[in-house]
Design a protein around this ligand. Sequence first.
Ligand code: SAH
Length: 217
Amino acid sequence: MVQIEDNFRHQGMRKKLVAEIRQKGISDERVLDAIGSIPRHLFMDTGFLQFAYIDKAFPIAAGQTISQPYTVAFQTESLQIMKFDKVLEVGTGSGYQAAVLCKMGATVYTIERQRALYDFARNFLPTLGFRPQFFYGDGYLGLPTYGPFDKIIVTAGASFVPEPLKQQLKVGGIMVIPVGTNDLQIMKIIIRISESEYTEEDKGGFVFVPLLTGISE
Ligand code: SAH
């Protein structure tokens, strides 16, 4: 049975989670509001309620994870999301990060390479009122026909910054991407300052599942 309940107990647990994330340094109230309002437990299998509102990544289908709430907040805050921003997400996964971006008023395009996850998110998110555009494909390539984007968020660990993603960023646009090895990535904030110039800033270590090439059935 699909779990759809979001009750006072869940809301209370979310409040505590938001307080914890705030205490860890997230200050954008719009990000905190989004996390405070989205029922994260509904993105995970039933029976894992006790894990939904602790600040940890958690396994979902296909060997993937729903990112740690602090990491979601950190990446979202780095993007300085404005209402109506056109945002590309690479790695839909559970769809939770996409929901946060939608909640903040962004127009979201999200790509996933695992069919089962793509199917789940595409069916589930609209039931919560979130309607990003879903794509089944290889996020290394971005979405050339839909770009350029104001913001790009990569939610899997890359070994390098894919050139197509840089090309699909608007001048003045911001990309957040974890880059490194399988064990540790450095969060990079990349800003396109002109047609040919980018600035890059490192924001500390994180651990994501790897960004893989191609698609998977
Ligand atoms: N944003 C997700 C986090 C998912 S984990 C959430 O909120 O739950 C990272 C996801 O990236 C996985 O689902 C994985 O399948 C996907 N992924 C890895 N490489 C990819 C690629 N090249 N293109 C698209 N998705 C990719």
